[in-house]
Structure formats: structure tokens, C-alpha cells
Design a protein around this ligand. Structure first.
Ligand SMILES: Cc1cc2nc3c(=O)[nH]c(=O)nc-3n(C[C@H](O)[C@H](O)[C@H](O)COP(=O)(O)OP(=O)(O)OC[C@H]3O[C@@H](n4cnc5c(N)ncnc54)[C@H](O)[C@@H]3O)c2cc1C
Length: 352
């Protein structure tokens, strides 16, 4: 909106709990061309690997690159751009009751305003699948040069799968620094000490690192659900995770948010105030089917991801996970997956 120069006359109120001054998350995503946030990409990799027990593969991701953006760089960059807009920012607690919005307990007068909401409230409905992607990551600095900074590990499933689908990814920032993140797709969070124990074990037993210091840490929870998110509900437009932009089967959200933002901007630039945004039904169906498999754990999630990357070109898998494949390309990928469990899971989603 700021770049377009068309909204300098609009008055914008931005409400949030607290200022964005912390490096509270790291975003990773793949792109096949320079993106809107190219200048703040912190690291990028064109070489990725995937691992499971007794299986290891270098992924052919061209023309994609795997990119990393640090939360703090993103916030600074965006607030810098937003200086071109007339924005009033206020910090406090938002609550909603239907179309009524309360800010620090006071009801807001919103008539005539376009309202965008990114406060995510997940209600569980009967029969819905509600997995959580939860993860703890450390940026570690090692005493010796142990990392190949040109190659990242997208997923390493060679860790205990006792809680459900579990993997670790390692994103080297230099020869002695890397983000190592322990990630699970399960129904419940673990006690905090379990993430720590698993990270320590992975670093010493798999990465074979003995001397290191923890420089930064992050913890996050991302909902993975087959619940249908309404874009236009209660007189407001729901965006980001609150608007269903988290890919149910993988938790990747960043690029979907950017695509939804582009879609909204295009409509605003046409002076449209009745906005639309939706995800193609077939991609929701694939996601919900995959999510059902992850919930049932038959076959186990690590085996399904292995099959995906073993039998398909990684660039095709990325395109598929971006909801950008053609039906023909999708059928080709689906044909590589175990037929019967996916058929059962797919039917359960169609009938549920
Ligand atoms: C630690 C972490 C790492 C992630 N890494 C990746 C990644 O690598 N790749 C990827 O694709 N996705 C990732 N995600 C998922 C997703 O991209 C992020 O969650 C992203 O920030 C979602 O954007 P959003 O605008 O929907 O929500 P948020 O960025 O969470 O913004 C919601 C805003 O609402 C405010 N808020 C919430 N409740 C209230 C309230 N009651 N009152 C006032 N303000 C409130 C919050 O302060 C926040 O500013 C990650 C998520 C987390 C948590």
C-alpha cells in the first residue's frame, strides 16, 4: 500500500499488543524469483538436503532458492515503508465479540472503516483435525568450523517419532553458526525441558558437535487444522494465519500471506471495498487429506515426506506445496503416494 503511493490520503489505525522491537521469529520460505523482501533476505540456500532413517537425498530445488528473513529485519523494513502512510499506532489488548471490537476494554467506533484482523482465535469444532506445529530452535555458535554454509537441511526425520511426526532442520548461517530447530506435528505441546533435551541430543549425537554456545532461541506454535477460515466474517476481513493462510499440512505461511496481501491490494487499488480472497478447493482438499494422514500416522509422517522427496523432483514438491501446480502435475505427485491410506483419508475429508 505504501509503495503504490495511492493511500497517502487514507487514515489508518494499527492496533497491536506491543511494539515490534524483538527478533521474535525467523521466516523461511522458497521463491523462484526475487521477491518483495529481497533486500532483507538474511541468508539463502540453493542446496538443500532431506534425511530420514537410512535415507538421505540432495534436493534439486532449482529454480527455487530457500530464503531466510529475520523477524527484526522484517519489522524495521515494513515500518520504514509504512512511514509514507498516515498511520496511528496504538498498543493494547484487542477482544472481539462478533462484529464488536474492544481495545483495552473500550468498544471501538468502526462504522465506515475497512477492518483487517490478524488476531487468530481457533475454536475447535466436532470432527475437525487440530494438530499443532510446535518447535524450538537455537542459533548456536560452535567452537570449530563445522557447517557447510552453502547447504541447509530442510528436514531430518532421523529422530525419535514417538510423539508423532518429528524432524529437525539445520540452517547454517556461516561455518560456525547455524539455526537448529526441533519441530513436531502433534496434538499436544511437550513439557519445555523435552525440546531442550532433544535439541541437545541432536546437536551432540547427529551433528556431532561438542563445543557450542546458544546465541538466540525461538519457540513457536502454528495451528494445522482442516477448519475452514472465512475471509469475510463479522464485518471484518481476516488475514494471515487468522484468515487461513497457514498451509494446513506443512505450517508454511509466509508466502501465502504475501500472496493474499497482493490479492487484497489489487482490489483496493480498484477502489473495491467488497473484498474477496479464497484458496482453490482442490488444494484445501489435498491439505486436509495430508493432515488426516499426519493425524492417523498411518503411514507415518516421516515415511510420507520421504516418499514425496524420493519419488518427485523437489522443485515439483515445492510448486505443489505452493498451490501452484496444474491438475496434471498434481496427479503425477499423488500417484507416487501410497494409494489406499490416502484414498481413505481423502474420503473421510469429503464426507466429514
Ligand atoms: C516462531 C515462529 C516462526 C515461524 N516461522 C515460519 C517460517 O519459517 N515460514 C513460514 O512460512 N511461516 C512461519 N511461521 C508462521 C507464520 O508465518 C507466522 O506466524 C506469521 O507471523 C503469521 O503472520 P500473521 O500476521 O498471521 O500473525 P502474527 O505475525 O502473529 O501477527 C498477529 C499480531 O496480532 C497481535 N495480537 C495477537 N493477539 C492480540 C490481542 N489479543 N490483542 C492485541 N494484539 C494481538 C500480535 O501481537 C501480532 O502482532 C512462524 C511462526 C512462528 C510463531
Amino acid at each position: 500500500m505504501a509503495d503504490s503511493g495511492k493511500f497517502s490520503g487514507s487514515r489508518i489505525l494499527l492496533l497491536d499488543r506491543e511494539p515490534k522491537v524483538k527478533n521474535d521469529r525467523t521466516w523461511c520460505f522458497w521463491e523462484d524469483k526475487p521477491g518483495y523482501f529481497e533486500e532483507i533476505v538474511h541468508r539463502r540456500w540453493s542446496r538443500l538436503q532431506f534425511k530420514n532413517y537410512n535415507f538421505k537425498i540432495d534436493l534439486d530445488i532449482a529454480p527455487y532458492e530457500y530464503k531466510m528473513i529475520r523477524g527484526i529485519d522484517f519489522y524495521r523494513y515494513c515500518f520504514g515503508k509504512m512511514a509514507a502512510l498516515q498511520i496511528t499506532t496504538q498498543y493494547g489488548e484487542i477482544q472481539t465479540q462478533g462484529s464488536n471490537i474492544f481495545f483495552n476494554g473500550d468498544k471501538l467506533e468502526t462504522s465506515g472503516a475497512l477492518i483487517f484482523n490478524s488476531v487468530c482465535q481457533l475454536e475447535t469444532t466436532r470432527g475437525s483435525i487440530n494438530l499443532l506445529q510446535h518447535f524450538k530452535g537455537w542459533v548456536i555458535q560452535t567452537t570449530e568450523d563445522v557447517f557447510d554454509a552453502s547447504k541447509a537441511t530442510l528436514m531430518d526425520f532421523s529422530v525419535s517419532q514417538q510423539h508423532g511426526t518429528t524432524f529437525v532442520y539445520t540452517l547454517p548461517l556461516s561455518s560456525d553458526t547455524a539455526l537448529v530447530e526441533y519441530t513436531l506435528f502433534t496434538e499436544k505441546l511437550l513439557p519445555p525441558e523435552e525440546y531442550v533435551a532433544s535439541l541437545k541430543e541432536y546437536i551432540s549425537n547427529t551433528l556431532l558437535i561438542t563445543g557450542y554456545a546458544i546465541k538466540e532461541e525461538e519457540f513457536g506454535v502454528i495451528p494445522m487444522t482442516n477448519k475452514k477460515f472465512e475471509f469475510n466474517k463479522d464485518g471484518m476481513y481476516h488475514i494471515g494465519t487468522a484468515g487461513g493462510q497457514t498451509k494446513a499440512s506443512t505450517g508454511y505461511t509466509f508466502r501465502f500471506i504475501q500472496k493474499q496481501s497482493d490479492e487484497i491490494l489489487r482490489q483496493l487499488l480498484q477502489n473495491n471495498r467488497q473484498l474477496h480472497s479464497s484458496t482453490a478447493a482442490r488444494f484445501r482438499f489435498y491439505d486436509n487429506t495430508f493432515l488426516k494422514i499426519l493425524q492417523r500416522r498411518v503411514p507415518a509422517g516421516n515415511q510420507v515426506f520421504e516418499t514425496l522427496f524420493r519419488k518427485n523432483k523437489a522443485s515439483q514438491v515445492f510448486k505443489f506445496l505452493d498451490n501452484e501446480t496444474t491438475v496434471g502435475e498434481e496427479l503425477k505427485i499423488i500417484s507416487t503416494l501410497p494409494t489406499w491410506p490416502f484414498l481413505k483419508a481423502g474420503l473421510s475429508q469429503l464426507m466429514g
